[in-house]
Write a protein that binds this ligand. Structure first.
Ligand code: BV8
Ligand code: ZN
Length: 308
């Protein structure tokens, strides 16, 4: 039976040597972003992922896919990190925590890495939005690049595009990636439906409207795709993550239904290696009953509580 005692959780956390965080859509639910399953407004209960999140779907209907992703991208751009993002953001960057709360029992020198399945970039953006008195704003560039390293977006990032011709990768928080998408007003239910006035050659292009790059690869004019991992595609860092999981002695599993593989297999792998698993979820997600710790409730409340 998993424990829900915050004190024993904190003791286990400070004793652990290789702590990893694995998060899913429940981490961003508190920021108003719909989860993928089991909720009224969840994405995949309204849209078949095989039609909306596969390379075949993109090849069949690039305009429909860009309509679907552009609307989600616009919604995510307006979202703000919630207390769970801050709690994990501070935990994953002990140097930051050590500067903010030197006496904090968790501010150890080693860094903790956060692997998120989310594509909303909120885990990354949390550091940019930390209150300035948190004395992190003037972090050196090497510190902020270390922050980027500490977060692995294993299913990609909706603000990153890849050119399907020259493979150029670019991150942009520009509201519009192509002026032709500007009229796609935000809808409560993102859809692929489009009024047929956009043609493929008006979709985001390599070196197009919002492209800010300057090297020669970024100007071939090829069609861009969202740099997210679709079903049937191999998450690019899955090899590195599997290696990290093999030495992980404590895994925090936050806001995921643990259905999508390979992420769904990580907790059992850590348990099998004798590591500790702590689940933060609204209910008993898959595998939660085998966890060492289970904190039931919205993670935007439970995480700040146990990590205080
Ligand atoms: C792979 C990005 C091989 C795009 C996503 C048959 C055919 C083909 C493939 C397969 C197959 N059978 C199985 C597979 C593999 C497949 C898979 O697992 N399918 C599932 C559906 C069975 N996986 C893949 O295809 C992956 N690739 O396997 O390659 C490989 C891999 C490794 C090594 C070698 C070879 C690629 C999967 C990535 C797909 N991309 N999205 C987009 O977003 O548009 S999937 C999507 O699911 C998101 O990425 C999401 O992150 C992910 C997981 O969902 P969750 O984050 O868990 O969200 P969910 O809504 O499900 O759950 C939310 C949870 O939060 C709930 O438990 C809820 O209770 C809780 N919650 C809610 N609110 C709160 C909360 N908890 C706390 N606080 C709250 N406030
Ligand atoms: Zn290109």
């Amino acid at each position: 039976m998993p424990s829900s005692d915050p004190e024993s959780f904190r003791t286990a956390l400070t004793r652990a040597k290789n702590v990893l965080i694995l998060s899913g859509a429940g981490l961003s639910a508190g920021s108003g972003i719909a989860t993928y399953r089991n909720a009224e407004n969840s994405l995949w209960s309204n849209f078949d992922p095989k039609k909306y999140a596969t390379l075949e779907a993109f090849k069949d209907d690039p305009v429909g896919l860009w309509t679907f992703y552009h609307r989600r991208r616009s919604e995510y751009l307006l979202a703000k990190p919630n207390p769970a993002h801050y709690a994990l953001g501070l935990l994953a960057h002990p140097p930051v925590l050590a500067r903010i709360a030197p006496c904090h029992s968790l501010s150890r020198p080693s860094s903790i890495r956060h692997i998120t399945q989310n594509i909303d970039a909120l885990a990354l953006r949390v550091i940019e939005s930390l209150p300035s008195d948190a004395n992190v704003v003037n972090m050196s560039s090497s510190q902020s690049s270390r922050i980027e390293e500490a977060i692995i977006e294993m299913h990609g990032d909706i603000f990153v595009t890849r050119c399907i011709s020259c493979q150029h990768i670019n991150r942009s928080y520009e509201p519009q990636l192509a002026s032709t998408l500007a009229h796609l007003e935000l809808q409560s239910q993102p859809s692929m439906k489009h009024d047929g006035i956009i043609t493929v050659d008006q979709l985001p292009k390599c070196g197009g409207d919002a492209w800010a790059g300057s090297n020669r690869y970024g100007r071939c004019g090829g069609l861009l795709r969202p740099e997210v991992v679709w079903f049937g595609e191999v998450p690019p860092q899955s090899g590195e993550i599997a290696r990290m999981m093999s030495t992980c002695d404590m895994l925090l599993v936050v806001g995921t239904s643990s259905i999508v593989r390979p992420a769904a297999d990580y907790a059992a792998q850590v348990k099998k290696n004798g590591g500790i698993v702590a689940v933060f979820n609204l209910g008993y997600s898959k595998g939660a009953e085998e966890a060492d710790f289970l904190f039931i409730g919205p993670c935007e409340e439970t995480l700040p509580e146990v990590l205080q």
